[in-house]
Ligand binder design. Structure first.
Ligand SMILES: Cc1cc2nc3c(=O)[nH]c(=O)nc-3n(C[C@H](O)[C@H](O)[C@H](O)COP(=O)(O)OP(=O)(O)OC[C@H]3O[C@@H](n4cnc5c(N)ncnc54)[C@H](O)[C@@H]3O)c2cc1C
Length: 398
């Protein structure tokens, strides 16, 4: 009997973990099943580009995982029973329950309206591909002079506003930020953001809280009404409720609490990676939802699983930050160097070179998912007898 590893979610982290496990473990000893709701890899970091009308390179999983030994299952995950060690799925063949020995939980995140009235009904989101495609349709139908309002002054809001303003100079683009524009970056970088926003004609409303979204406007907490033909909500991500409905220890936000190996602190056979996992970085503060931390989380989880099953020493990736890479449309960008716990340093790269750097990082992230050992030769290890499920007839080799 093989050791059954199920990976839920084939975004940046789940697809990476599944591919890496398949490269590191002997195919006769393990059965790796990757469950995802969609048949191709979605480059989520480019959803603002999709909304702005750009087409992305298709990346079907059938090609990505051909010959790797990873078994793909196109299905929606509906529940996890972490005590019975099963997952419930619904797919083309109906509902089914699959047992696992080790689970990698990588269902990522979606958007949240933060309870603001009207946001769920009237705002557009770009945290998912369906959301980005819906906004793309809406933007394509807008007449010149119509206003698009991006709510949220974080990385996603800044990237979205600049992308839309560059792609559609005929539209009025506005950004509403709770703080100051780019107040998390260094003074030089902030000055660059202001310059780019001014050049693209983006109207900025700083220190403003949105209290209501209407079909044709947003209203801020001080009662200001800003006409808006399309409102784009980018105020943060929220995880799917599946983990919080289990007996696993989760945070208030529903992320699975994980240790340094990304193993659930309450159910060590479950590994949580990416946006769905809550873990501390090496600098002692929680990792934020991002590819920047999600991919090292996935690598650490895969290595920890290999170590646990084979007795090999786990290779550990550092869990921290180095830079924040922000696109400002296709021809400008900002690379803000940061401390390990994600605070801005004084150094930054700005302009066309930064745009190319960011593009390289996005391409690199997708390449890494398809090449989870980064092209390095690795040994597929046999798993130890103790790690095999009961009744195993496979000869154990360390
Ligand atoms: C517009 C935008 C720009 C961004 N820019 C950056 C950036 O520049 N740098 C950065 O580091 N991060 C960025 N991020 C954040 C980054 O995209 C996420 O942190 C990252 O995608 C998380 O990876 P993940 O594998 O945890 O989840 P995801 O990439 O979201 O993957 C989750 C997978 O699970 C699948 N799934 C979800 N629910 C189910 C279900 N019930 N059943 C079956 N399958 C399911 C989904 O289809 C998906 O394939 C950006 C995000 C957005 C939206």
């Amino acid at each position: 009997m093989e050791h059954r590893i199920i990976v839920l979610g084939a975004g940046y982290t789940g697809a990476f973990a599944a591919g890496r496990l398949a490269k590191r473990l002997h195919p006769e000893d393990v059965r790796i099943t990757l469950v995802n709701a969609e048949p191709d890899f979605v480059e989520r970091v480019r959803m603002h580009q999709v909304a702005a009308g750009q087409d992305l390179k298709p990346r079907p999983f059938a090609e990505m995982f051909a010959g790797t030994g990873v078994e793909l299952k196109l299905a929606k995950v509906t529940a996890v029973d972490a005590d019975a060690k099963t997952v419930a799925l619904t797919g083309a063949s109906g509902a089914e329950t699959l047992p696992y020995d080790t689970l990698v939980y990588a269902l990522g995140s979606g958007w949240t309206d933060h309870g603001v009235p009207g946001a769920a009904e009237h705002a557009y989101e770009i945290a998912s591909r369906p959301g980005a495609l819906k906004l793309r349709e809406r933007l394509a139908r807008l007449d010149a002079g119509a206003r698009v309002t991006v709510v949220g002054g974080g990385l996603t809001g800044v990237e979205a506003a600049t992308e839309f303003a560059e792609a559609r100079p005929d539209l009025e683009v506005a950004l509403i930020a709770r703080g100051g524009l780019g107040d998390w970056v260094s003074p030089k970088a902030q000055a660059h953001l202001r310059k780019v926003f001014a050049k693209l004609g983006i109207e900025v409303h700083e220190h403003a809280d949105v209290a209501e979204v209407r079909p044709d406007a947003v209203v801020t907490a001080d009662g200001t009404r800003i006409a808006s033909a399309a409102t784009v909500w980018t105020t943060g991500f929220a995880v799917h409720p599946i983990a919080a409905a289990t007996t696993m220890e989760t945070t208030e936000r529903g992320q699975i609490v994980a240790d340094r190996d990304m193993a659930s602190v309450s159910h060590p056979d479950v590994f949580a990676v990416g946006d769905a996992g809550f873990a501390m970085g090496d600098a002692g503060s929680p990792l934020r939802m991002s590819c920047a931390s999600g991919i090292p989380m996935a690598q650490n989880a895969a290595e920890a699983i290999v170590a646990r099953l084979t007795g090999a020493k786990a290779g550990r990736m550092p869990l921290g930050y180095f830079n924040q890479c922000v696109s400002l449309g296709r021809s400008d960008g900002l690379i803000q160097y940061v401390t390990g716990d994600d605070r801005a340093r004084s150094a930054s790269l700005r302009g066309a070179f930064a745009a190319r750097y960011k593009e390289f990082v996005c391409k690199g992230a997708a390449w890494g998912v398809a090449n989870p050992t980064y092209g390095m030769p690795v040994r597929r290890r046999r798993i130890a007898k103790a790690a095999k499920p009961e009744g195993s007839a496979v000869k154990a080799l360390a």
